[in-house]
Design a protein around this ligand. Sequence first.
Ligand SMILES: [Zn+2]
Length: 473
Amino acid sequence: MSIHLLRLAFISLFFAIGQGALGDEITGKPGYAPKVPKNSVPSLHHGLRNVSRLQKFSVALQTLGIPPEAKPDFAELPSHTALTQTDFETQLSYIDPHLGLRRYFDITSTAVSTFQNFFSLSGGILPEYRFNFSRHSAPSDSEGLINHLNQISGQVKSNIAEPLQGLKIVLDPGHMGTDFWDEATGKYVKLEDKKVSEGDLNLWTAYLVANELEDLGAMVTITRTEAGPVTKSNLQNFNATPFINQYFYDSLDNWMEKYLALDEAEIKETIKEKPEVKKAYTSDQQEQFFIEGEDLEAREKIIEALQPDITLDIHYDAEDSTKLQDSNDAMETFVPGGLLETESGSRLMRAYAMNQLLSVRRFNESVNLASELVHAMSLSEGVSLESVNGYYNAEMIKGKDGVYARNLYISARNITSLMIYVECLHYDHVKEFNQLTELTESGIYRGIHFQYPKRINAVAQGVKNGLLNYFKR
Ligand SMILES: [Zn+2]
């Protein structure tokens, strides 16, 4: 063996030992089996892979009086992170499993460039954004977050009195509760005189989890500490314009696509009469913009301002608000990603997705934490894990039962924490419904007294155990 080879062997050995010592740290490495990346550019079944597609879209928007979508702030993306082409493509398989977003990309061995239209070699259009790949380096995003999680992990492993000291968590109890908002969202089950509101379950769960985690030293913020909306605006006076605009920007790869087959004159003449266009201005849709736009944005702003380490969105599952079922009591969690083919149309959504694509270590840790949570909750609740790929149109993470990637409003945004959306159990399951209507327990969260069903204790215990297990790994 030459001196050179010997030295190389020594360096490799040193490196291997170094890796071993780091083995029990939070590294941002995937705990799951990466999918084989799909390298091929998706088929041209959309036909309009050319400039006229965007030209016609802008004619449609102009006719409707919708301003063109502004260029997103790509400066917010983590551009200084190291990422190889292979790591990027692996991440792409979970962020964009249906290859809708991929149509806007040109991926080479040196860079990914993103375009405002489907990428075409003959396009000759400048990219909106370009990210240069590194040749060999492992992903290096989210340095501060990973270091901080490691510090907490050290505290948990050394069994100090308040092991989660310094950990910042936001709990976001989904929906709003109250009869009015339950009717508007359909997030309840009512049978004769018994009713379970998901908004209530989510809130009580957040109270209990907050108490548990604060006892362990964590700094916990709940986005909604009472029934009702989080936003200070109300349904009558909120500004719906940004949500109407976004509704149309998002339509490009969705319902608008079929109208772009018309010629420009026909578009001008008929677009205002299309059902999807009329729908945007109905009072039902205004209510949806308030619930799924205005109110979720208010939650997002709280999360952005706090810059937590972990964001946990709390939800419960049900399929029908008027009847019970006995076939599905499984539970699952969602991490960011999983864009549908219809969800890549707006520049904003593509910029958000790019942020997820470049945040590989953060994504992997969200998956690792989601997996620990869902297992501990499943054990504590005695409920099985969902295992059907495509459940809620979500992409199952290989080798991580009960963990799915799905593009949901809050998880899609530029949130810099680990992001997990948990569906605690099915409240429309016959086994659960009756238990959940018995409010036998009393609790206090920061001076707020509340009555709640005993069943939720098992959920809160599961969340606490899962979190501690994550830091103990
Ligand atoms: Zn929900």
